[in-house]
Each structure stands twice: as C-alpha cells, then as structure tokens.
Ligand binder design. Structure first.
Ligand code: FMN
Ligand code: SF4
Length: 410
C-alpha cells in the first residue's frame, strides 16, 4: 500500500548528507531541468496536476504561472511552519532527505525566474532546521547553490517563533518581513503573494519536494498515481490511538480504514474505532461509519463533509470523550487566534469557555445554542480561514456527536 516517491530515500542511513544523497539519485533531475525552458517546466507541472500539500490543495502550476508572469526580482518561500496538530510530515523531508527539498527549490526557482528562496521553519524544529542548514552549506560548498551554480539560487532559513497562524501564507510573509504574523486581506483576483513588494510564490515543503520526480520522470509518471483530480501521493501522517503512529506515503484515493489498518497497525489495544480527524486538527471529524467509506483524496473527503487538509489523521478510539476532545481543540484555537477579527478572537474564546460548562456538567440547553450560533458567526466573515476552519470543527463534533453534549446538560 505504501508508494514511495518523496519518501524513497527516508530509510537510507545518512541520506541527509550530500555524499549519500548524490549516490542515491539526488540532483539528477537538474540535468533534465536545464534542457527545458522555464515555461516548459511550468507546463510540465501543470500537466502533472501537482496540488499544494500544505492543506488547501491548490494547483501548483497555476500558482507558479502567476509568479512567473511578473518581470524582475521575485522570491520562492517554502512553508515549513507545520504547526497544525496531527501534522508532522514536512519535518521528515527536512531531516531525512533535505537535499530533495533543495533540489526541488532549484527546479522551482528556475521555472519562475527567482534566485532567492526562504525556508520558513517552525520555531520548535530547531534540530531539523540544523540538519537542513548543514545540507544547504554542503550544497553551497559544491556549487549546487550560490553564484557559481549552473542556475544561481540562494537559500536562507528563517525560524518562526512558535505561532500556528504564521503558517498561513500571508501571515508568514509578514513575519518574514519582521512584522507581527497577521494574515493580510485577500486580493479580489488571483495574484502571487508579495514579499517586501516583490512577487513571491509560497509553497509547502512537500509540494516542492515532489517536483524533482516530476521533472525527471515526466508529468504522466506522476498522474499514473492517485485519482483523476488528486494526482500522485501524499505523506499521510497517522497518530492518536493506533499501534504504529508515523508518516507513510501513499497514493491519493486509498481507503482510509484500509490505511489505518495496514499502515497504522489498526486501533491501539484492539479497541473499537470511534472517529478520525482526517487531515490535521482543522478538518471536520468523521465518525467510524464514515471512515469505513472514506477515501484519502480531496474530492471524496469533501463529499463526506470534511476535508483532506494536510492528510494528518488523528485516530480516536471508543473511550474518547468527544466533549473533552473538542475542548482540547478549542483551547488551541483560542490560544492561536491572531486576534485581528472579532468573530475569531471572541468566538474561539466563547466556545472555549462554554465548553468548560459541558466538561463540568453545568451546561444548559442555551449553552448548546451558544456553541451553534457562535460557530455560525465565525464562518465567512474573517480575514483568513482560521475561524471558518474552527467553525467547521465545532459543527462536525455537534453534527456527529451531539448526544454526548446533551448528556452533559443539567
Ligand atoms: C491557520 C493556517 C495555518 C497554515 N499552516 C500551514 C503550514 O504550517 N504549512 C503549510 O505549508 N501551509 C499552511 N497553511 C496553508 C498556507 O496558507 C498556504 O496555502 C500553503 O503554504 C501554500 O502552499 P501549497 O500550495 O504548496 O500547499 C496554513 C493556512 C492557515 C489558514
Ligand atoms: S480569522 Fe482569526 S487568525 Fe485569521 S486573521 Fe482573523 S483573527 Fe486572525
């Protein structure tokens, strides 16, 4: 069931060193890359149907085109903030095969005409960031990066300071510019992001790490995996009540329950499955009966009222209290709201506090109505999708597990 494209070298000892990386196929895509014109590379990415792996699934080729269409200085920013609970895939790439990421960055910079790239790494990832820096230094020393390289690219690592919202691309750029990590208002029509006023492409680590395979093997080799709309593979992470928590790459479209059993080793201690949060903490929960029919691709999970997100599955067994689980999540959202928008700042706080009443069994029916109405007010009226995502999480718990909330009412 495992399909290894991005994770191909993960098990090779010391694959993070340049010497071992070179012996195992790293940087070979560059030979092919330079036989193409930049626009041809973008067209290959478009044909490959590569979708962003940071949670939204936006078509990568179209985003590259937006940045490429601008003349002059531009940037590539790689999003390695990875602060979403349940998501821990990008750090695998950074620590186990950092040269794959560097190779992908060179390909992407060449395609869009950038010569500078920043990697914004989650603040807590000090150890992984150090491994990545060593790999970057090695690449400079061998003229794979820098002025003497065939295509000059500079890479700079920037460590975040531990805020979840700094993973949102515009907040990330604000933070990179030295400002508070506040998301920006979205433009009315599609345009690239801007870093200090210059057009900038922001992509997730895994998106960029998927590029060398496509350049080397062609778009069709990538679309041969996955489904028609969700091509290729994803580094799905699995955690919670499973026997073998970890990160296992698989094709889009595999069955969720099949994946949990075969790769996650099944529910821990032989317990029954109660639910799965399918794609990181910000995706709506799926009760066990829907998990049985769920497929790990964008379209299927949307049709079931949830989302693929980052593909980080959190498995919950029969003993989990859904009231406590929602409280846990809302404490996180309350803490991480950047506070710019009233529905988000006040809404996450209200829900967090109201859930205490359910935990203490002092809630009334009116409190249940408060949860529902506050959640509604958080949806669709904010600068970024943080609040609508939190609203979807609340609604998911109430839709599928309302009876557990009713049991806490006096
Ligand atoms: C609250 C919030 C947190 C996010 N955190 C991350 C993150 O840690 N890593 C990431 O790649 N994308 C994250 N995103 C999505 C980014 O805004 C952006 O869509 C993504 O980096 C684009 O790359 P992709 O198209 O390759 O997925 C987050 C979005 C939101 C709203
Ligand atoms: S929705 Fe929340 S996190 Fe996003 S900008 Fe508004 S206050 Fe900040």
């Amino acid at each position: 069931m495992q399909t290894k494209i991005v994770s191909k070298n993960f098990e090779i000892p010391h694959a993070n060193s340049l010497e071992v990386a070179l012996k195992n196929g790293r940087y070979t895509s560059l030979e092919k890359l330079f036989t193409y014109q930049p626009q041809e590379v973008i067209d290959i990415i478009k044909t490959s149907n590569l979708r962003g792996k940071g949670g939204g699934g936006a078509p990568a080729g179209a985003k590259w085109q937006l940045a490429s269409d601008f003349e002059g200085k531009k940037y590539l920013v790689v999003n390695a903030d990875e602060s979403e609970p349940g998501t821990f895939k990008d750090r695998q790439i950074i620590s186990k095969d950092p040269h794959l990421l560097i190779e992908g960055i060179i390909c992407t910079c060449y395609a869009i005409g950038a010569n500078s790239s920043y990697i914004y790494v989650r603040g807590e990832y000090e150890e992984f960031s150090d491994i990545l820096q060593i790999a970057i230094d090695e690449a400079y020393a061998k003229n794979i990066l820098g002025d003497e390289a065939k295509y000059p690219v500079e890479i700079t690592i920037h460590r975040g300071a531990g805020a979840y919202i700094c993973g949102e691309k515009s907040a990330l750029l604000e933070s990179l510019e030295g400002n508070r990590g506040h998301p920006r208002l979205k433009p009315k029509s599609p345009e690239p992001e801007f870093y200090f006023g210059e057009p900038t492409l922001v992509n997730n680590v895994e998106t960029i790490a998927s590029v060398p395979f496509i350049i080397e093997n062609g778009a069709e080799a990538y679309t041969a995996y996955g489904t028609d709309c969700s091509s290729g593979t994803l580094l799905f992470a699995i955690s919670g009540h499973v026997e073998k928590a970890g990160v296992y790459e698989a094709e889009f479209g595999v069955g969720m329950w099949d994946y949990i059993q075969k790769l996650g080793g099944g529910v821990k201690n032989g317990k029954k499955l109660k639910a799965v949060i399918p794609g990181g903490a910000s995706t709506p929960i799926l009760p066990a009966h829907l998990v049985m029919e769920a497929k790990l691709d964008y379209e299927n999970l949307k049709s079931l009222g949830s989302a693929l997100g980052t593909g980080g599955m959190i498995v919950l067994d029969e003993d989990v209290s859904m009231v406590k689980a929602l409280k846990n999540l809302l404490r996180f959202y309350h803490h991480e709201s950047c506070g710019q928008c009233t529905p988000c700042r006040e809404g996450t706080s209200w829900v967090d506090k109201t859930l205490d009443k359910f935990i203490n069994k002092t809630a009334t029916l009116q409190d249940l109505e408060v949860l529902k109405s506050v959640s509604k007010s958080m949806n669709g009226q904010t600068i970024c999708v943080f609040a609508p995502a939190a609203s979807g999480v609340i609604d998911g718990f109430l839709k599928h597990f309302e009876s557990e909330f009713l049991e806490c009412i006096v």
